[in-house]
Design a protein around this ligand. Structure first.
Ligand SMILES: CC(C)(COP(=O)(O)OP(=O)(O)OC[C@H]1O[C@@H](n2cnc3c(N)ncnc32)[C@H](O)[C@@H]1O)[C@@H](O)C(=O)NCCC(=O)NCCS
Ligand SMILES: Nc1ncnc2c1ncn2[C@@H]1O[C@H](COP(=O)(O)OP(=O)(O)OP(=O)(O)O)[C@@H](O)[C@H]1O
Length: 292
């Protein structure tokens, strides 16, 4: 034990998972330049969001992520009791988010995705590979929560009905394919090619944007906007990604178009945070927690 660990209070698994979830949200918000999204340069296509608000919201969610992980540790099973506990804690987290932000939706989709993943990670610390954690989260998301409000009037529900696409709920129920099949492999490829960490993360975001039916974009810019986002993201990656000059030019064009459409890929941003969370998790537990 060194001097630092000697004076630190004992870190629990739930504390650590909540730290990872909050850090993933802060890293996502800080990552720049993201097309249409809040980042270090500004508010993108949003008039009611800014970086300080994204940070305050992320920090305020720490107790919710911890509580979801603790509920999973205590329950120990993927069952309706855990699903309902996670749903209740998630709704309380949404209330806290709205209190801290003065009523602005900063992290609704992220509470859903990272909450499920935090609980799924806590359920079995011997199986922390991304696909294993995502599968447990999917099994949890597939259970119905009797206390959940009937999906009806949210922006996501409206455009899912209108266009017949899958939104945040189905993405989780399918085991986060955008994260497992697109973002994590792209993150690894870009890192291996020497892109640098920030560019590799931007490439991972773009990989999500190439395929996702992002209901934030659909709500604001319709199917034409979504198709434009997907093809623009593909163009950046085909040109060599964010570490290349041609890729950067395509990224600038995509950003110009997204701002013109007032479109912001908030769903893709949430899934990038989920990607960063699973990426850290797969490196294993810190030494202090190693015996769990
Ligand atoms: C499933 C959730 C996300 C609601 O989704 P819905 O599409 O109905 O709502 P809404 O448009 O308000 O929010 C969607 C959120 O998901 C993100 N998102 C958009 N598209 C996608 C996508 N294709 N994949 C993943 N996330 C997406 C957005 O950033 C947005 O924040 C969840 O918040 C929920 O079930 N809410 C009900 C209240 C509840 O029980 N909450 C606690 C759950 S832990
Ligand atoms: N860096 C980011 N910048 C902007 N949005 C983000 C960022 N990271 C995550 N998001 C997600 O995007 C969502 C915000 O999108 P949007 O503003 O379209 O939501 P809304 O409140 O449903 O719609 P609207 O503002 O059009 O009324 C948040 O719920 C959040 O999950």
């Amino acid at each position: 034990m060194n001097a630092l660990t000697a004076i630190q209070p004992q870190l629990s698994l739930s504390d650590w998972l909540a730290d990872l979830a909050v850090e993933a949200l802060i890293d996502e918000a800080d990552l720049s330049p993201k097309p249409g999204l809040v980042d270090r340069r500004g508010s993108g296509a949003h008039t009611d969001l800014h970086l300080g608000l994204m940070h305050a919201s992320a920090l305020a969610l720490w107790p919710s992520f911890k509580a979801m992980a603790e509920a999973a540790r205590q329950g120990g099973e993927i069952d309706v009791y855990l699903r309902e506990a996670v749903g209740r804690i998630g709704r309380e987290g949404e209330e806290e988010m709205l209190r801290v932000t003065g009523g602005v939706n900063t992290h609704r989709g992220a509470i859903w995705a990272l909450g499920l993943l935090s609980a799924a990670a806590a359920l079995d610390t011997s199986a922390l590979a991304p696909a294993q954690v995502a599968l447990r989260a999917a099994r949890l998301a597939l259970l119905s929560d009797r206390a959940a409000p009937v999906p009806g009037d949210s922006h996501g529900a409206q455009v899912c009905r209108l266009y017949g696409v899958h939104g945040a709920r189905e993405e989780a129920q399918l085991g986060f394919p955008a994260v497992i099949q697109q973002a994590l492999p792209q993150l690894a490829r870009s890192r291996a090619a020497g892109a640098g960490e920030q560019n590799a993360r931007l490439d991972a975001l773009l990989a999500i944007m190439t395929q996702l039916a992002d209901t934030c974009v659909l709500y604001r810019a319709g199917m034409a906007g979504l198709t434009h986002m997907q093809s623009g993201a593909r163009a950046v990656l085909a040109a060599g990604g964010c570490a290349s000059l041609d890729g950067r030019r395509c990224l600038r064009d995509l950003e110009r178009d997204m701002l013109h459409l007032r479109a912001s890929p908030g769903g893709a941003a949430d899934l990038l945070a989920a990607t960063l969370f699973l990426d850290r998790l797969q490196h294993g537990l810190p030494a202090q927690l190693g015996s769990l």
